[in-house]
Write a protein that binds this ligand. Structure first.
Ligand code: HEM
Length: 308
């Protein structure tokens, strides 16, 4: 049993995957926050659209670069190999080509839609109407759906049945909704009144229960599908990486519970100190999420289940 030490190409591929995750999280986070946790002000709505736009630009570039990295790695002729067009054409007919195509479609849809949204918003003097807000939510949500579908074509789940494929799409959407909401919530802590902030944070906490249930159930189902037996969790590099992921997820859940049940209620008492603690805690959650995503990129790319 051995862990894979990534080559320079593989490190580049992992970083591309991380930016892809950031793109997915920004789309999900923007859609959810526009729907439920925005105070409706132009500043908040515009901030969320720009957040999704930056995520989509980075996601688009990461998907394209990842394709060139894979071409370069396979053609094995140095950096110039990334532009080996014969190899690039051959790879288009593989699952990598199909996955890349759908991911580029998703980010292009998001980019075009978000630019239109920002223009519509710029033309208005007042806060967006209900109808406009529905459109603003729909744009990142539709792009996220296409992106989440693309995860069925790649990774270890691609050779499993329909239920496992549904589970990975739900898992990706739920991860995006949770982790992608952290940055918008952190921004809100700097301008909302503590009582208003507490209301939005409680609302987020209530919805997060459902999001977490989907994330955890889908994740556990994926474990059930991908592992031959629970012993694989400590007998293979893939299993050990998953065990480490589970430990980090437990720590993240602990921190999220601390926010919801200790820091948010404290906003009513000593507001300034509580806001600062909440900001530090959300940043801690973002740091842990980054570690989980790095590990997820590693285990879904460089190591694999024993059965595969
Ligand atoms: C009980 C908790 C969790 C379990 C059991 C779990 C398990 C899994 C499994 C088995 C996969 C498939 C990996 C593969 O293709 O080999 C997966 C994929 C994924 N997980 Fe989790 N996970 C959990 C929580 C999380 C959390 C909290 C996050 C985000 C912070 C996350 C993010 C992801 C992402 C983005 C993928 C897609 C990987 C890819 O195909 O690129 N997971 N997870």
């Amino acid at each position: 049993m051995s862990f894979v030490v990534p080559s320079a190409w593989e490190v580049a591929g992992l970083l591309c995957k991380l930016f892809l995750y950031f793109g997915a999280a920004s789309l999900a986070g923007a859609a959810l926050n526009l729907a439920f946790y925005s105070d409706g002000s132009r500043r908040s709505v515009q901030g969320l659209l720009v957040y999704a736009l930056i995520g989509s630009v980075l996601g688009f570039q990461a998907v394209l670069l990842n394709y060139l990295v894979q071409v370069g790695m396979i053609s094995a002729s140095g950096l110039a190999g990334m532009f080996d067009w014969t190899m690039a054409e051959i790879l288009m007919d593989t699952p990598l080509g199909e996955t890349t195509f759908w991911r580029l479609v998703a980010f292009t849809l998001a980019l075009l839609g978000l630019v239109i949204c920002l223009q519509l918003l710029a033309r208005r003097q007042q806060a967006p109407t209900r109808r406009l807000n529905t459109f603003l939510v729909a744009v990142p949500a539709v792009a996220l759906l296409v992106l989440a579908e693309s995860f069925q074509l790649s990774g270890h789940v691609s050779v499993h049945g329909n239920l496992a494929q549904l589970a990975i799409s739900l898992h990706v959407m739920a991860f995006g909704a949770w982790i992608g909401s952290l940055y918008p919530l952190l921004r809100m802590t700097s301008w909302l009144e503590p009582s208003e902030l507490a209301w939005f944070m409680r609302r987020f906490g209530d919805h997060a229960r459902l999001v977490l249930a989907v994330l955890l159930l889908a994740g556990l189902f994926l474990l059930w599908e991908l592992l031959m037996s629970p012993a694989e969790l400590w007998q293979s590099p893939y299993g050990l990486s998953l065990s480490l992921k589970l430990l980090l997820v437990a720590a993240l859940l602990g921190l999220a519970a601390h926010n919801r049940y200790q820091l948010v209620p404290a906003l009513a008492a000593d507001a300034d100190a509580a806001v600062q603690k909440l900001q530090r805690s959300i940043k801690g959650e973002m740091g842990l999420a980054l570690l989980i995503l790095l590990l997820t990129a590693y285990l879904s790319t460089l190591v694999g289940p024993m059965e595969h």
